[in-house]
Ligand binder design. Structure first.
Ligand code: SAH
Length: 394
């Protein structure tokens, strides 16, 4: 058998890796053997030669090694089959609620750099790193074998790939599918545009919060300001809202949002308009119009830790404007989807927003990413989506 490629960690503090965390940084490695090629699977040992884990290597990234396992076991097709099967098994109970779920969530499922989202009969796979890029034919085989979708679409398109030194790749593995899938979350149906939509097509991570609208939306006047293809808007209408306005800055999503409303027979109680959330809220506040429920699910306001101050200012402004536009006793459903915005800071920002808008709130519900995006305690980066349903008074 060929000798396995091995990388050693540095001596002393510099070589110490976080327990149970799969990332090893470039600065933690001893000089590596030039025979080790970017993307290779390697074993990692500490300065004394003791086994640490097995993962893939890419010197182009600051995170030079991502580990699959901390056990001395082979990483091969069998391993991938087992990990995908374990991940799918963990999501099984969701199938009573939905036919769309994240089957594999990267590091949280011991398959770093891999996302697999299932939309009805189509699996969408995303390889985000060079290491994953190299093994993706085996991964596609195992998705086919374990999940048995009718179609597999690869949507390896992400800014992460640039950091890894690879170009985006998209296309079908095997038979070409329709590129759109009909899914349901509870009794709400959606068409997902897999090929042209954001990410793999749909924000599966917000499922629980969309479904929670069922408790508050009955008879209400609702405003959903970052509506995308109508996830929250259509859910609110199906759960009995009197009228829903959805708004997105991108015209291109509004057509599908309207289609989703029609699919659920709630087209008459919903409207979708192209608007910037900030500008629209300012206008609403000038006119004095009030809403019973406002939903704020903006894209991440920060990509790096450096912009945290600017980001919290953005969240504060947005939430001030929304709180002002809510009728006394109404509900603000507000979210932040960046890992780098800690929950404490987001919560503090909301308190400041209430003070600034002369409102008070009680917390009706705390929201997290849905359970098919598991949060692994040893890997803090797996936790990113947070939010609240706030009851606003004053
Ligand atoms: N809540 C949605 C997902 C929202 S994604 C769901 O459940 O499916 C965020 C959306 O915000 C994107 O569609 C993006 O086009 C839109 N967006 C970004 N900036 C905006 C702005 N300033 N005003 C309104 N929409 C904006």
């Amino acid at each position: 058998m060929m000798k396995e490629k091995n990388i050693r960690l540095r001596t002393g503090k510099k070589g110490v890796v976080k327990p149970a965390h799969p990332w090893i940084f470039k600065t933690q490695l001893l000089k590596t053997d030039p025979a080790i090629r970017p993307g290779d699977i390697v074993s990692v040992t500490d300065d004394k030669g003791k086994f640490v884990g097995r993962g893939y290597y890419n010197p182009k990234s600051e995170i030079a090694i991502r580990l699959f396992t901390f056990t001395d076991e082979p990483v091969n097709k069998d391993f991938f089959r087992r990990k995908i099967a374990e991940a799918v098994e963990k999501r099984k109970s969701l199938l009573s609620v939905t036919n769309a779920y994240r089957a594999v969530f990267s590091e949280a499922d011991a398959l770093p750099g891999l996302i697999v989202d299932v939309y009805n009969d189509t699996a969408v796979m995303q390889a985000l790193t060079l290491g994953m890029e190299k093994i993706k034919p085996d991964i596609a085989d195992m998705i086919d074998e374990v999940i048995k979708p009718k179609y597999i679409y690869e949507k390896s398109a992400s800014p992460f790939r640039k950091l890894e030194g690879i170009k985006d790749v998209t296309g079908w593995w095997g038979d070409e599918g329709p590129g759109r899938a009909e899914i349901h979350e509870g009794r709400v149906k959606f068409i997902v545009d897999i090929v042209s939509g954001h990410k793999t097509g749909f924000y599966l991570d917000q499922r629980k919060s969309r479904m929670a609208l069922g408790n508050v939306a009955g008879g209400k006047k609702v405003l959903d300001l970052f509506s995308y293809t109508g996830g929250f808007s259509v859910s609110a209408a199906v759960y009995g809202a009197g009228h829903v306005t959805g708004a997105d800055i991108k015209e291109e999503w509004l057509g599908l949002a309207r289609e989703n409303a029609a699919l659920n027979g709630v087209g008459e109680r919903t409207e979708f308009i192209k608007a910037d959330a900030f500008a629209m809220l300012k206008k609403i506040n000038d006119s004095g119009e009030k809403f019973d429920i406002i939903i704020l699910d903006p894209p991440s306001f920060l990509k790096t830790r450096q912009s945290l101050i600017a980001a919290s200012k953005g969240y504060r402004q947005l939430n001030v404007l929304a709180m002002r536009a809510i009728a006394d006793g109404g509900v603000l459903a507000t979210f932040s989807c960046s890992h780098n915005m800690p929950n404490e800071l987001f919560s503090k920002t909301l308190k400041e927003a209430a003070a600034q808008s002369n409102k008070k709130f009680t917390i009706l519900k705390r929201c997290h990413q849905a359970e098919d995006h598991p949060i692994v305690r040893a890997i803090p980066e797996t936790e990113y989506l947070k939010g609240y349903f706030l009851k606003i008074s004053g």
